[in-house]
Design a binder for this molecule. Structure first.
Ligand code: PLP
Length: 448
């Protein structure tokens, strides 16, 4: 099975190191100009073990949409995770890694008919719904599907609320939909909810689990055999985030409402696995001194720094994912921090990464670090204006590599041991073919 492209490499690190050391080595070498990520695979593995330790009853089904990097998903597959896929292409990606269809949930409550047919063809039977129309569509294209009703259960505060788009009301809609499914001869096997991505409330999981219990009872009355509870995503992912508290809330609620071990409990964490593993490095390539924005001090200036990745690239997360990104100079400075803003490389005025920040004075050529950049960044990034999407330099500690190498579907040729650390380079843009070049048009005649 071929998981990675021929040229993809994973660098195996000997001795003590950190992602910041790796970035320094690359930058000190002197030729790197494009932004790049260092992806620390050990972070993903540690998070997987931490999850299993803190919530032994809850099987993580990684939400592929969060970051579909093949090394990340194939590592999670090797560790035994399941997957939440939102589309045909995501199902294709995950099954191409050799993941069995019974470890996949098609967790998009509004699916295209062709995607449902694809799911049926490859044996991904588990899928979510939250409306009558979806039930009718599934009846037509995949009557044997194992259905999971998605209910709305919103955290009081979330970085990206999802309840505004998905999830039926557990009281006024769900019981009716469960009856309709039974009348249509469809099999409902579970309940799911998503509290909102980057949820700032933990008790919400207890509410969701309680609602699910009530719906297990209504579903059984309607004739369904319920066996699955899906807690969705919403788990924090930053380096300083803590899973322990939310795990305690979930474990207690499961013991109260689902003491029976016959119910399979899954969750769909995305951010939790992806965010902290990726550190982005960007270079300052230009700067401007402008009058201070707030005008408080007429003599005070504000520095605009231009870096080589912006909101059309990795920092799309500032717009779409409402992330609060933090810049750190790669080389620490003792100089006093000064008011500044950080801008992306495109010609668009919208391309502002940090409108107001404090950084020590930086010269063009200085590098900035951005931690916790693995969630909802790379899969959305575009090379708008010709600025390449950053490439990923994947690193793994030698001791961990020795444990994982026989589990991975990745051949030895993809691992680099020793030698200089090299960031994969973006292939040059191919020149337009002659046929695509417009022929020179006659100069317009000057207007009268
Ligand atoms: N499951 C579903 C259905 C989602 O829509 C999402 C994110 O949008 C996730 C899981 C992952 O959420 P998170 O990254 O907050 O864990």
């Amino acid at each position: 099975m071929k998981v990675l492209q021929d040229e993809q490499r994973i660098t195996v690190m000997e001795g003590p190191w950190t992602p910041v050391d790796v970035i320094k080595q690359v930058v000190d070498e002197g030729t790197q100009e494009d932004p790049f990520y260092v992806m620390n695979l050990g972070e993903v593995v540690n998070r997987y073990h931490r999850w299993k330790e803190l919530m032994p009853r809850v099987e993580p089904f990684y939400a592929v949409k969060c970051n579909d990097d093949k090394v990340l998903v194939s590592t999670l597959a090797a560790l035994g995770a399941g997957f939440d896929c939102a589309s045909k292409a995501e199902i294709q990606l995950i099954t191409s890694l050799g993941v069995k269809p019974d470890r996949i949930i098609f967790a998009n409550p509004a699916k295209m008919a062709s995607h449902i047919r694809y799911s049926a063809a490859v044996g991904v039977d588990l899928m979510t719904f939250d409306s009558e129309i979806e039930l009718l569509k599934i009846k037509q294209h995949m009557p044997h599907a194992q259905l999971v009703i998605r209910i709305r259960c919103d955290a009081a505060v979330a970085q990206c609320p999802l309840g505004i788009k998905f999830g039926c009301d557990p009281v006024s809609e769900a019981p009716r939909l469960l009856k309709l499914a039974a009348v249509l001869g469809l099999e409902v096997v579970g309940v799911s909810f998503h509290v909102g991505s980057g949820a700032a409330e933990t008790e919400v999981y207890a509410r969701g689990i309680q609602w699910a219990r009530a719906l297990f009872t209504s579903a059984a009355r309607a004739g369904h055999r319920m066996r699955l509870l899906d807690l969705g995503g919403g788990f924090a992912g930053g380096s300083h985030s803590c899973l322990a508290h939310v795990a305690q809330v979930i474990n207690n609620a499961l013991e109260t409402h689902f003491p029976e071990r016959s119910v399979q409990v899954i969750a769909e964490p995305g951010r939790y696995f992806a965010a902290a593993a990726y550190t982005l490095a960007t270079m300052v390539h230009a700067k401007r001194e402008v009058a201070s924005k707030d005008g408080a001090d007429q003599d005070e200036t504000h520095t605009m720094y231009f870096v080589n990745d912006g909101v059309y690239g990795s920092f799309n997360c500032v717009l779409y994912d409402h992330q609060q990104v933090v810049a750190e100079p790669l080389v620490p400075s003792t100089a006093a921090p000064r008011p500044c803003s950080v801008w992306g490389p495109s010609c668009d005025g919208l391309d502002c990464v940090l409108p107001s920040s404090l950084l020590p004075p930086l010269a063009p050529g200085a590098w900035l670090l951005w931690r916790d950049m693995g969630a909802y960044t790379l899969p959305v990034a575009s090379p708008f204006n010709g600025f390449p999407v950053p490439r990923v330099l994947t690193v793994i500690d030698a001791a961990l590599w020795a444990v994982l190498k026989d589990l991975w579907p990745i051949s030895e040729a993809h691992f680099v041991h020793g030698g200089p650390i090299v960031v994969p380079q973006t292939p040059p843009l191919s020149p337009p073919s002659p046929a695509a070049c417009p022929s020179p048009s006659p100069s317009p005649s000057p207007s009268p």
